[in-house]
Design a protein around this ligand. Structure first.
Ligand SMILES: [Zn+2]
Length: 436
C-alpha cells in the first residue's frame, strides 16, 4: 500500500494521517494530579491551591471567555470587583448567560467549549449547567486525564513549571510523583524580565547571587538552574517575554536580564543539552482590572531573535511570537538559523483563519521543519477543542501542497504523508529536544 496516490485521494489520506497521528503537545499549562486540583471530584475533595484545572466551571471562567463576557456586559454593568468576588460557580453562570444564552457562541473560544462537550459525548447544556456539574463531579481526575488524551489523540504533553512561583515550588517541595503522561518545562521568566527579583528569590533558596550579577552570581545562578532542571527532569527551559524584548550581545553594560540570559541561562541549557523556549509578544496587564484576561499582544523586534540565534550557535531555541505581524519575519529568520525551531499559533493567533494562514506560510517557507501547533491550554478539557479545531486546518494546508506536488509528477505516497505528519505533530519536537 505504498503506491503513489492519484490527486483525488490525497486529501482523504492526509486527513486520515493527521487525525490518527498522536500528538506530543510541547506547550500546555496542564498539570499532573500530583499538583492537586481545586475541583472536587470522585477521588477526593477540592484542594483549593491545586494547579490542575478541569471541568465545566474552569472552562467557563477561563480568561478567554471572561474577556468576551465583559464585552457583552461591560464594567459599568458588571463591575470587575463584583465579578471577581463571585464564587467560581457564579462566575461561570454569569459567563454562560452572557455568551451562550444572551448571545450565540460563534467566537473560537466559545465554540471550543461546545466542541469539547460534544467530543466527550455530553449533552449541550441548553437548560443550564447543573447536569454537567454533576457529571464532572463524578470523574476521577487521573482517569479523566486519560480520557481527554484519548479523545484528543495526545501521547504526551508538557507542563509549564514556574520555579519562581512560591505556590508551585511548594508542591515540588512536598514531593511530586512522576507521571509518564507529562514532561516538565522549567519556566524562568523573572531571570530575564526582572533580574533583581529573581536574584532575591534565589538567595531565599540558598543560592549566592547578587542583584548586580557580581561575585559568584553566574556560577550560583547556573547551579540553581541545573538543580531545578534536574529535579524536574525538565525537557527544556522557557520564558514568556514582552514585545519590547531586546538582545544585542549580552555584554557588560547591557541590561542585567540580558546579561543573565547570556551568562547564566544559555550556558546552563548547553550543560543540560536542552533548548530554550522564547514566547515573545505578550504585553501584560493592558487592562489590569481584567486579571489574566487583561493581557494584550504587541509587535516585537525580530532582531532580538536573530541576534540570539547568531550569537549562540551551540544553543537551540524554540520560538513563538504573539503578533500576527511578526509571523513572516519569524519564518524568514528560521530559514537562516538551524538552531531556531518555530512553534505553534499562540493565544490570540489560535483562531482558524490565522492558523490556516500561518501554517500555509510556514510550509511554503520552511517545508516540514517547524511545529505547527501547541494547545497552550490551562484547563485540561480545552486540549480537546484545541486539537480538534487545529487538525483539520493543518490537514487542509498539507493536502493542497501535496496536490500541487502530484501535479508536477512527484510521487506522493501514504508513507510520505505519514512521515511528514509525524514530523509536524511529534518528531520535529522530539528531535529538537534530544538531537541524535
Ligand atoms: Zn502558555
Amino acid at each position: 500500500m505504498n503506491e503513489p496516490l492519484p490527486v483525488s485521494r490525497v486529501a482523504d489520506e492526509v486527513i486520515r494521517a493527521v487525525l490518527q497521528t498522536p500528538v506530543i503537545d510541547m506547550h500546555t499549562h496542564i498539570y499532573s494530579t500530583s499538583f492537586g486540583t481545586p475541583v472536587a471530584n470522585a477521588a477526593g475533595p477540592a484542594d483549593p491551591g491545586g494547579l490542575l484545572l478541569w471541568g465545566i466551571d474552569e472552562m467557563l471562567t477561563y480568561h478567554y471567555l471572561v474577556a468576551e463576557a465583559f464585552r457583552v456586559r461591560p464594567a459599568d454593568e458588571m463591575p470587575y470587583e463584583t465579578f471577581w468576588r463571585l464564587s467560581k460557580q457564579d462566575q461561570a453562570d454569569h459567563v454562560w448567560r452572557c455568551l451562550f444564552v444572551e448571545r450565540t457562541p460563534v467566537s473560537e473560544a466559545a465554540k471550543g467549549l461546545l466542541t469539547t462537550l460534544q467530543a466527550l459525548g455530553l449533552e449541550l447544556p441548553v437548560s443550564g449547567l447543573s447536569g454537567l456539574r454533576r457529571w464532572f463531579a463524578e470523574q476521577d481526575p487521573d482517569d479523566y486525564i486519560d480520557r481527554v488524551m484519548e479523545v484528543a489523540n495526545i501521547d504526551k504533553m508538557t507542563m509549564t513549571n514556574a520555579v519562581f512561583d512560591d505556590a508551585e515550588r511548594a508542591r515540588w517541595d512536598a514531593g511530586i510523583t512522576p507521571d509518564s503522561r507529562f514532561d516538565a518545562v522549567l519556566r524562568i521568566d523573572p531571570v530575564l524580565r526582572d533580574w533583581p527579583a529573581a536574584a532575591a528569590a534565589m538567595r531565599g533558596m540558598g543560592y549566592g547571587v547578587a542583584d548586580d550579577l557580581s561575585g559568584g552570581s553566574v556560577s550560583e545562578g547556573r547551579r540553581f538552574l541545573l538543580d531545578w532542571a534536574g529535579r524536574m527532569k525538565a525537557v527544556y527551559l522557557a520564558a514568556s517575554l514582552p514585545p519590547s524584548f531586546a538582545f544585542t550581545d549580552g555584554g557588560p553594560g547591557r541590561p542585567l536580564g540580558e546579561q543573565a540570559f547570556a551568562r547564566i541561562v544559555l550556558p546552563a541549557c548547553r550543560d543540560l543539552g536542552v533548548p530554550f523556549a522564547m514566547m515573545i509578544g505578550a504585553r501584560r496587564a493592558a487592562n489590569p482590572a481584567l486579571g489574566d484576561a487583561g493581557d494584550m499582544t504587541g509587535r516585537a523586534d525580530i532582531e532580538a531573535v536573530t541576534n540570539i540565534c547568531a550569537a549562540f550557535p551551540g544553543n537551540r531555541f524554540f520560538v513563538t511570537m504573539l503578533s500576527r505581524e511578526n509571523q513572516h519575519e519569524l519564518c524568514v529568520a528560521a530559514r537562516k538559523f538551524g538552531n531556531l525551531m518555530i512553534f505553534g499559533c499562540w493565544w490570540f493567533l489560535n483562531n482558524p483563519s490565522l492558523v490556516e494562514e500561518i501554517t500555509r506560510m510556514r510550509v511554503e517557507l520552511l517545508g516540514t521543519t517547524f511545529i505547527p501547533q501547541h494547545a497552550d491550554a490551562r484547563v485540561l478539557d480545552q486540549m480537546i477543542y484545541k486539537w480538534r479545531h487545529s487538525r483539520p486546518i493543518i490537514a487542509r494546508v498539507l493536502a493542497a501542497k501535496y496536490e500541487d506536488l502530484v501535479g508536477t509528477g512527484w510521487p506522493v505516497t501514504p508513507k510520505t504523508i505519514e512521515r511528514d505528519v509525524r514530523l509536524l505533530l511529534r518528531d520535529n519536537y522530539l528531535n529538537f529536544i534530544a538531537p541524535r
